[in-house]
Design a protein around this ligand. Structure first.
Ligand code: NAD
Length: 413
């Protein structure tokens, strides 16, 4: 099943509960605008290379659209469309004054040098600069992009439109970025994991965690959960799974990642090195945190998952069929549109600071992030209890109802 079809299924499960008409469903679900562009650069070896870039603007009824930029080989129009719609529901669940968008380029950034990635980013901005802006559509980092890419993006965009740091978030702190943005998604994942575990009557010291992906989100979630006394028995990245039955030494893993030229775990010696796919099959897990790609938990592998709780740090990691199987097995899933909303929340704080030319302290960012995440969790928990639905359906119900209301107030429905 394609990514957008999966999103449509989750959307419809919630729309059934809200009793939304077919025509309004279609209006809410279909993107406002989809742009596909060719991005051509000269490589370091003098040859020309062509890539395809996308920006999908899903819905702007609650405010300017917001969503990350992904550099990955699997980026295509369908995936970008699905991720853009997730951003619409996500910003609504945490009640930010935004709509949803997403973009990216089909490329493996590991195949390019830093200067090639810079040229690629600038060429992409040349193609889409007139459809993004601080009041229309504000990109941010996602898989394969980082604060340096955001800085190049901003610099290129400002060549056309003048000084407006709020055109993009996730910038370096010394260049109008927000303190705490880099850790924000992982911190939000950690905060809500802790909260959900306690709500389910489990104790952090006895809760065995595995995290798939050790990039921005996975590594910060690991750090936060390690500090909260959770034993993290396994983590993985593209180089494989790293396992220790008594819990990994997370500070040592983080040091290893920082020292590795490509930020990988390759060569880490103080753990058992298992194949990539082993992580999802580990037994005696309590919490599984997919924090890499979408679509990794399917009907084929859902049966072998031992965890009682899945925290969707990645976007769209669980296929609808697997979602149903896991639900039947009694697994609690904290959905992506709530679990990983910490990143867009602090992106919002960055945008607010840029517009006010004012800087918040790290303490203030963390305090406001924790408040926003906790509030959204309580809203979703209450909706799930009231309607006897899963946390995913409850989160979608809140998101969809808020977008529907904004659409109605605008006079469109
Ligand atoms: P990233 O590029 O920083 O890290 C991705 C990690 O996943 C890397 O460690 C990579 O080695 C690993 N990985 C890739 N394929 C893998 C595989 N098959 N098995 C195991 N590991 C694999 O990306 P990120 O920013 O951490 O994003 C991760 C996920 O979180 C994505 O789904 C993204 O959409 C979502 N997300 C990110 C943010 C954010 O603020 N960065 C916000 C919300 C959601």
């Amino acid at each position: 099943m394609k990514a957008f079809e999966a999103t449509r299924l989750f959307f419809n499960q919630a729309a059934d509960q809200l009793d939304i008409s077919e025509e309004l469903r279609e209006a809410l679900l279909m993107p406002d605008r989809e742009v596909q562009v060719q991005v051509t650069i000269r490589l370091d070896n003098g040859k020309l290379a062509n890539f395809v870039g996308f920006r999908v603007q899903h819905d702007h009824s609650r405010g300017p659209m917001k969503g990350g930029l992904r550099y990955h080989t699997e980026v295509d129009l369908d995936e970008t469309r699905a991720l853009a719609s997730l951003m619409t529901w996500k910003t609504a669940v945490v009640n930010l004054p935004y709509g949803g968008a997403k973009g990216g380029i089909g490329v493996d950034p590991n195949d390019l040098s830093r200067s090639e990635i810079e040229r690629l980013t600038r060429a992409f901005v040349d193609q889409i600069h007139d459809i993004v802006g601080p009041d229309t559509d504000i990109p941010a980092p996602d898989m394969g992009t980082d604060h340096q890419v955001m800085s190049w993006f901003r610099n290129q965009w400002e060549k056309y439109h003048g000084f407006h740091p709020a055109v993009i978030t996730g910038k370096p702190v010394e260049e109008y970025g927000a303190k705490g943005r880099e850790e924000a998604t992982g911190r939000g994942v950690g905060t809500l994991t802790n909260k959900l575990i306690r709500r389910l009557g489990m104790a952090s010291e006895k809760t065995r965690v595995a995290i798939q992906g050790f990039g921005n989100v996975g590594s910060h979630a690991a750090k936060f959960l390690h500090e909260a006394q959770f034993p993290i028995v396994a983590v993985s990245d593209v180089t494989g799974t790293y396992y220790h039955q008594d819990g990994l030494n997370i500070p040592e893993l983080l040091r290893h990642k920082i020292a590795h030229p490509k930020g990988l775990l390759e060569g880490f010696e103080h753990a058992e090195h298992l194949p990539l796919e082993a992580l999802l099959k580990l037994d005696k897990l309590d919490v599984l945190i997919p924090a890499a790609l979408g679509g990794v938990i399917t009907t084929e592998n859902a049966g072998s998952i031992s965890a009682k709780v899945i925290i969707e740090a990645a976007n769209g990691p669980v296929h609808p069929g697997a979602d149903e199987m896991l639900h039947q097995k009694g697994v609690t899933i904290l959905p992506d549109i709530l679990a990983n909303a910490g990143g867009v929340t602090v992106s919002y704080f960055e945008w607010v600071q840029n517009r006010q030319h004012y800087r918040w302290s790290l303490d203030r960012v963390r305090q406001e992030l924790d408040h926003t995440m906790n509030q959204a969790f309580e809203d979703v928990w209450q909706m799930a209890s009231q309607h006897n639905v899963s946390l995913r359906t409850a989160a979608y119900m809140i998101g969809i109802a808020r977008v529907k209301r904004a659409t109605e107030l605008a006079g469109l429905a």
